[in-house]
Design a protein around this ligand. Structure first.
Ligand SMILES: C[S@@+](CC[C@H](N)C(=O)[O-])C[C@H]1O[C@@H](n2cnc3c(N)ncnc32)[C@H](O)[C@@H]1O
Length: 205
């Protein structure tokens, strides 16, 4: 089956609602994550000045990890099962229901936004508005770290939960620049038997 580019945000929410427990079991632990990702996110956390949001936090393990690095961070996700589960597993960290399109933060209030594989399901034409929302909530020189599946063409694929998109680095870089970011570093990696990963560290201009 090919990816269906017409997948909506409501579809994404419903698919994650029904798979949240399974997703958390498989991927909801920092120990289950790749060491280069842990190193990158830990490095990013040390650069943040001010509060942060883990935007699309899913099971909340990265939120917990960032909090452990001394950052005042909240996890935000649109899936109630993730927010309930994360609150139960990490009771000393704040998680709240919310959307990438309208984050619960005032203009320029944050030092950091993590968007770790949280825009991968978003229809590409909707991504610029979400990057614009990240820019809105970040203070000047605030730090964004965005993780995504990297590929030679911007195209859908059949992700285990719901359609996701490969993003070429130049396209993601350009979308970030248009949204008001300066790209600081680009990381790509392909682990054996896995899809290529991309991560961009971008600073609010
Ligand atoms: C692939 S998971 C990544 C979760 C987590 N960041 C991680 O690294 O495990 C994508 C997450 O983004 C969330 N998400 C996708 N679109 C969203 C939106 N428009 N608003 C809020 N959350 C969204 C999903 O509910 C899901 O938890």
């Amino acid at each position: 089956m090919r990816g269906d580019p017409a997948t909506t945000s409501a579809d994404v929410r419903e698919r994650y609602r029904s798979r949240a427990a399974e997703y958390t079991e498989l991927l909801g632990s920092v120990d289950a994550m790749a060491a280069p990702d842990r190193d990158l996110i830990a490095h990013w956390a040390t650069m943040i000045e001010g509060p942060a949001i883990d935007a699309g936090c899913g099971p909340g393990h990265w939120t917990r990890f960032i909090a452990d690095h001394g950052v005042a961070v909240e996890g935000v996700d649109m899936v109630p099962e993730f927010i309930e589960g994360a609150t139960e597993r990490f009771p000393d960290v704040t998680f709240r229901l919310g959307r990438l399109e309208s984050l619960p933060a005032d203009d320029g209030a944050l030092g950091g936004v993590l968007a770790w594989y949280s825009v991968i399901h978003t229809e590409p034409e909707q991504v610029p508005a979400i990057l614009g929302e990240f820019a809105r909530v970040l203070r000047p020189r605030g730090e964004l770290l965005i993780g995504f599946f990297e590929g030679p063409r911007l195209e859908p694929f059949d992700h285990a939960v719901v359609t996701a998109y490969f993003w070429p680095v130049p396209e993601m870089r350009s979308a970030l620049e248009v949204a008001g970011f300066e790209v600081v570093a680009v990381h790509t990696r392909t682990d054996p038997g896995r899809r290529p990963y991309g991560a961009i560290l971008a600073r609010r201009r």
